[in-house]
Design a protein around this ligand. Sequence first.
Ligand code: HEC
Length: 453
Amino acid sequence: MTKLPFPKLNLLVVLLSLISMLACNSGSNITFADDVAPIIHENCTPCHQANGGAPFNLISFHDVAKRAKMIALVTSNRYMPPWPADKNYSHFVNEKSLTDEQISIIKQWFENGCKPGDTAKCRLPESAKYASVLGKPDMIINAGQIQITGDNKDKFYVLKMPYQIPKAKFVRAVEFIPGQVKYAHHVNGHYLSFTNETNPFSGIDLLDIESDKYDEEFKKLSLLNHDGSAPFRVHSAFNYLPGAFGIRYPAGIGGFLLSPKGAFVANDIHFGPSRETVTDSSKLYLYFSDKAPERTTYELMMGTNGVSEIVPPLQVPAGQITNHVSKLTIYNDISVLTVNPHMHLIGKKFKAYALKPNGDTVKLISIPKWQFRWQYFYTFKNPVRIPKGSTIIVEAQFDNTANNPDNPNLPPLPIGERLDRGGASMRTTDEMLQFIITYMPYQKGDESIDLSK
Ligand code: HEC
C-alpha cells in the first residue's frame, strides 16, 4: 500500500471535489438560456413551432417552462423526440434523439425550478423563424388559397404554382410548407419548365381542382412548347408527409435548373377530414445554389407498386401476424443517400439491408417498433455504397390481431394491398409495404461526402 505524504490534505481534496460534484449534480447553475434552449431548439422546435405539426410551440423560455414537468417526463421515457429508427443499427443526418446527458440536463433544470438565465441572449432558431428546417428560403412561391370545407371528408387537390423570374437559377432544394398542417396528409409534386411565350395555365382554374377532374386538367398541363417540344419535367421535385423534414443535399448533388418561366405542380395534395371550414395557403420554399447540378439523383422503389415483388403477397388474414420479404439485385454500384420505409397502420417491424456478393451485410435501416405517424426520409451521414451484384433485402412484419392497438378494425378484418387498384392505396386502412431509396451512381470518394453540409 502506498503511503500518502499528506493524508489530511488528500482527504480535503477528495472532500472538496465531492462537494463540487454534488453542486454540479444539483444543477444549480443549469439555466434555460445556457443549457436547455440549445437542446430544445435543435431537437424539438422543428416540430414544435407554428408550422411543424406539433400541438404547441417549444421556442421561448415560457413555452418550455410552462410544460417543464411533462417535457422532463417525455424526454426521460424517450417518447419525444420521436425517432423510430434503431440507433444501434445505422445513423442519419438530423437524428432527432437525445443523449442521456441531455435528458439529465432537462430533468435537473426542471427539478431546480426552471431557472431562465439570460434569456435575452437566446436567438430565435431558424426553424421557428422560417417555419422550415432548411432555414431562410431564396424564393417563395405562394400556392394561393384553398377552402377546405368542414364536411369531414378526405379531399384531393391539384395545386398549380406558376412563376416567372428574370434569369435561370440552379435549385438545390424545394420544401413544401403546408398552410393547414393539421389536415395536410401528403403531397407529391413535380416541376415543369416552359419555353413558350404564353402562359400554359391561362384559362385554367389554378386552384381547387377536385381529383375527378384531374386527368382532364393534367392533359392541359402537358401542352407542348411552341417549338413542339414537351416541357422539361422533374418528377418528385418535392414531397411532403407529416413529420418528414425538408432535405437539402450538398451543392452539386441533385437539384435542377429552374428556367425563367415554369410551374410547380402538386399533382396530389391530400387533406384529411375536417369538421371546421378552414382556408389553406401553402407555400413552396426554394433554395438556390451557385453550383450546377453535377450528380443526378434517382429513386428506386421496392415493394408495393415498385420494382421488386413482396413475398408472400401482402395480404394479412384477420387475426394473424405475417412476415414478408422483398428482394432486389442491383447491377451497378450505387451510393445511397436517403431511405424511406413506408407501411400503414398494422405494420410492426421494418428492416432493410444489402447482402454483398462476398456475403457481407450493408446495414440500411431497422425500425423495431413501427410508428405510423413518424415516417421520415432518413438521410445517411455519408453516402452508403452498395456494390453491383448485391441484393437489397426488405423484411417487414404486420400484426392483424385484436391485440394490436393500432388495428383499424375490431374485430380484425383481412387487410392488404389493393390489388384491384394496382397495389397502392391512399387509405391508411389498406396496407402497403414500400422502401424508397434515393441514390446516385457510385463514384470513387462518395463515402467521404458529408451529406449534412
Ligand atoms: C417530429 C416532430 C416532433 C419532434 C422532433 C418533437 N415533437 Fe413533441 N410532439 C410532436 C407531436 C405531433 C405531438 C402531439 C402528438 C403526440 O403526443 O404524439 C407532440 C407532443 C409532445 C408533448 C405532449 C405529450 C403528451 O402526451 O401530451 C410534449 C411534452 C412534447 N411533444 C415535447 C417534445 C420535446 C421536449 C421534444 C424535443 C426533445 C419534442 N417534443 C420533439 C411532434 C414532435
